[in-house]
Design a binder for this molecule. Sequence first.
Ligand SMILES: [Zn+2]
Length: 267
Amino acid sequence: MEQSESQFAGAKLAQLKADYHVDVLADWGDGEGEWKPGTWTKAELYRLHNQIALMASIMGGSEKFVRHLGGVTVRKADIGSHGGEALSHRVSLSTKGTFSSWTVVHEFAHAWDANHGWRLSRQLEKYTGGYTSRLLSLTKRLVGLSDSGFLNPESKPGRYGRRPGCNRAGYFYGDKPSGSNWSFNRLEDFAESVAMYIGWGRNNDLSDWAEARIKRYLLENLASDKNFGIDNWTDYAKYFYPDGGDYTKTKRWQFVDDLVNGRIGNS
Ligand SMILES: [Zn+2]
């Protein structure tokens, strides 16, 4: 059993390297082919590989994936409270718990953006009609048009800071993202938009979550959603719920579709 797990891990690593130029920093094995239950579990290696393969297939194949991301090293690390982090050519996943398929795609989308000098998220911002202005954001908060406190979000329904510009970055998103919070900015927007595009209506590991992110806005105000908690869902529908509940009608879906089909340059 241990022998076969070690072989499995070795085979997955070789495959990720050969097909996608993805290196996983492993802590199993001692060079003698013996499995040591380390930071990565077998299920996690499956998940990582499956999501990378999914992204690549939607990009049009592994060569495209390699061209877009330019090689990535993945490691498990103590990165505080977030599930993941990414820079160009590197993705870190938290050692604190396991990671979801959504997190893998989200972090690899950041690595894709980073490999292009973070220009893809700027393009998304522009394409969707958004802009970033800390000054306007502060003004909006000052005059009470914000759904947050003045300097921070409040921990209660309708006050988490979800309206355009009501976030730390002063990011006034255009059109309809699938959600927003205090940490939202163009980089997060790009990563979430890629994950939504990959999941939406395709019956893969991301699809249920993508659908849940949209369906929550059909709830009444103060209703409790099993994934997203309690909020003023009805009030937020005008910012986030797409026409007829169809995410393909959003500018974000169109942007990622243009990007993966080569109608927007990203070289
Ligand atoms: Zn992120």
